[in-house]
Design a protein around this ligand. Sequence first.
Ligand SMILES: *Cc1c(COP(=O)(O)O)cnc(C)c1O
Length: 436
Amino acid sequence: MHRILADERIAAYEAELGRERIKRAAEDILGRARFLGDDDLETVVVSLVRRLDELHLTEHRPVINATGIILHTNLGRAPLGADALDAAVELGGHYSNLEYDRDTGERGSRHRSIAEILRGLTGAEDALIVNNCAAAVLLVLDTFAKGREVIVARSQLVEIGGGFRVPDVLERSGAVLVEAGTTNRVYLEDYERALSPRTALLLRTHASNYRIEGFTHEPSAQELVALGRRAGVPVIEDLGSGALVDLGEFGVAHERTVQEALIDGISLVTFSGDKLLGGPQAGIIAGRASLIARLRNNALLRALRVGKLTLAALAATLHCYRDRSWRERLPIFRMLATTLDDLHSRAKLYVAVIPNASVVESAAYIGGGALPEARVESLAIALPSPKPTDLAARLRRGKPAIVARIESGRVLLDLRTILPEDDARAIAAITEGEPG
Ligand SMILES: *Cc1c(COP(=O)(O)O)cnc(C)c1O
């Protein structure tokens, strides 16, 4: 056994899979080899490498994001900051007052403290947390619009991706979609004409991943809110990315914030925890206390609620906004704030070691349904290769795995989304299987 474990082809998996798992897999393979009467070292090592490779590829493991897309949905969106991780470890490893009121010694609310922070940050009267933004929209529609009508502009009947399509979510919730206006031009009068005694809500949705340009019109949020007031119908806005701060300082276009939507008079705003908020997967609903109270009483909430790890990580993330340390403490903002000079210094580490690598200009993107066109100037390491798709595949299978981009026949590693603490491991993984 120890000769197997000492083989360098096997030892290479140790950092990723851990010695115990490798040992168990080795015992299994060795047992089978003995049974078949072919337990020659080389045969066993070769089958074990195959098994470990399978484990390594299917295992849910960290990867290095070299795509330049900061909120990459397939790569888990926002990486959590240290505070969120610490909080999840601390609350996860202990009993906590998750639903326990320490004052009265009776059952308490799992949402109370986080609602308090959100009130302070956004100006909302109250807030509620569910599993993700899709669940937030579903809960709102189920509570207020089941069997009734929801008016949506035709220009906002979006598909966000991953199966979230506004018309489908409406249908699933039992609400009836009433379309207003045309694809490119929607006027307040279109909404007015669509109103009926059965209207439950006016819904605004963030276009997230596309833009209609040219001959376009949509009424402002304030106009819609004024109409909603006249008609006695709440206006809901699905913001999606949920920025709490102005991104202008990072040189990208302004993304509408949660606070702005609430100031405009939107009754309920829904947004994700793991997009521009920079926290864990969650859906947040913020707005009028009387409406949030009705959401709290919906039995569906029990099925959409979040666990203590999420609440702990989300609260810790929100604290970074409260004490204004978000720029330094949340990884997505550190990535956005990294200067080209910083990227240049890091690029030097790569090209010094990787044969034929060069530094090229690149464009990073925010992703996650926010600002689809906002290019963030960046730098990438270009790896020339006769077969870029093969090289990209080798990097994906590497230890650690690196997910790169292919552009003009080269593999590009965008440095903006590689965490600086991962540079050394990334360089090692690239040079490791380097042929020649
Ligand atoms: C991303 C997004 C959603 C879905 O959010 P999840 O947290 O992934 O469920 C819904 N609406 C909009 C506008 C979005 O951008």
